[in-house]
Design a protein around this ligand. Structure first.
Ligand code: AP5
Ligand code: MG
Length: 220
């Protein structure tokens, strides 16, 4: 199964991706996580993108398209994958379609901007796995420690209020048009168009998970 999760910063894409990938046993591909590990490892890519990400802008399309194509050509993606954070622009969506890798589902998680700020300022992340917690809405069992490994959680550098607001601006200008793009492909019944669903992302984490499992036709 090949799935795209769309949604603004803080919509809950990473949170839901963990459940879906575990259930379907498919790789979780978060382009944001890939870029953050490149920054941590100080690779050439990491050095190039650090300031862009810290300021809340998008990394150029050519870099992202190469990175994604390389990742999904790996053997573990043969039986499917989940994309979180790609595509984020129309050229990225077109590149994916032109690569002839039909996507089965596009699921958009919708949340208002004011809720996003509250979610992201309280988020804590386990960088190695991408697991996300929230100090109030989804706290770890032990404060500031990952539930599975006990390793420390971090506060992302781009989760500062001014950067969050810029990420939201960038989302509305450059990524939100993809909702119409996929909706149109679906409505016009274009060949290999993914099935398209919109979900209310302001429900509880558990309710959203159940809704997504229902869409994907898997038991919760
Ligand atoms: P990326 O890492 O993709 O960040 P993002 O899109 O801004 O999304 P987030 O990870 O912030 O949110 P999420 O939807 O995963 O929410 P989460 O589940 O953690 O990208 C970072 C940067 O990389 C970009 O700004 C860009 O610079 C660059 N980049 C990446 N891909 C790119 C591309 N393709 N092209 C160009 N540039 C690219 O949840 C958030 C919080 O809310 C958590 O604390 C969680 O516990 C809580 N929460 C989740 N669901 C609920 C709920 N239902 N109720 C209450 N709380 C909830
Ligand atoms: Mg995420």
């Amino acid at each position: 199964m090949k799935i795209i999760l769309l949604g603004c910063p803080g919509a809950g894409k990473g949170t839901q991706a963990q459940f879906i990938c575990e259930k379907l046993n498919i790789p979780f591909i978060s382009t944001g996580d890939m870029l953050r590990s490149a920054i941590k490892a100080k690779t050439e890519l990491g050095l190039k993108v650090k300031k862009i990400i810290d300021d809340g802008y998008l990394v150029p399309d050519d870099i992202m398209i190469d990175l994604l194509k390389h990742r999904i050509s790996a053997p573990d993606c043969q039986r499917g994958f989940l994309l979180d954070g790609f595509p984020r622009t129309l050229p990225q969506a077109e590149a994916l379609r032109n690569a002839n890798i039909p996507i089965d589902y596009v699921i958009t998680i919708q949340v208002h901007d004011d809720i996003v700020v509250k979610r992201l300022t309280g988020r804590r992340v386990h960088p190695a796995s991408g697991r996300a917690y929230h100090i109030e809405f989804n706290p770890p069992k032990v404060s500031d420690k990952d539930d599975e490994t006990g390793e420390p959680l971090i506060h992302r550098d781009d989760d500062k209020e001014d950067v969050i607001r810029n990420r939201l601006r960038v989302y509305h200008n450059q990524t939100q048009p993809l909702i119409k793009y996929y909706e149109n492909l679906h409505l016009k019944n274009i060949k290999d168009a993914p099935k398209f669903f919109k979900i209310d992302g302001e429900k509880s984490i558990e309710e959203i998970k159940e809704k997504i499992f229902k869409i994907l036709n898997v038991d919760s």
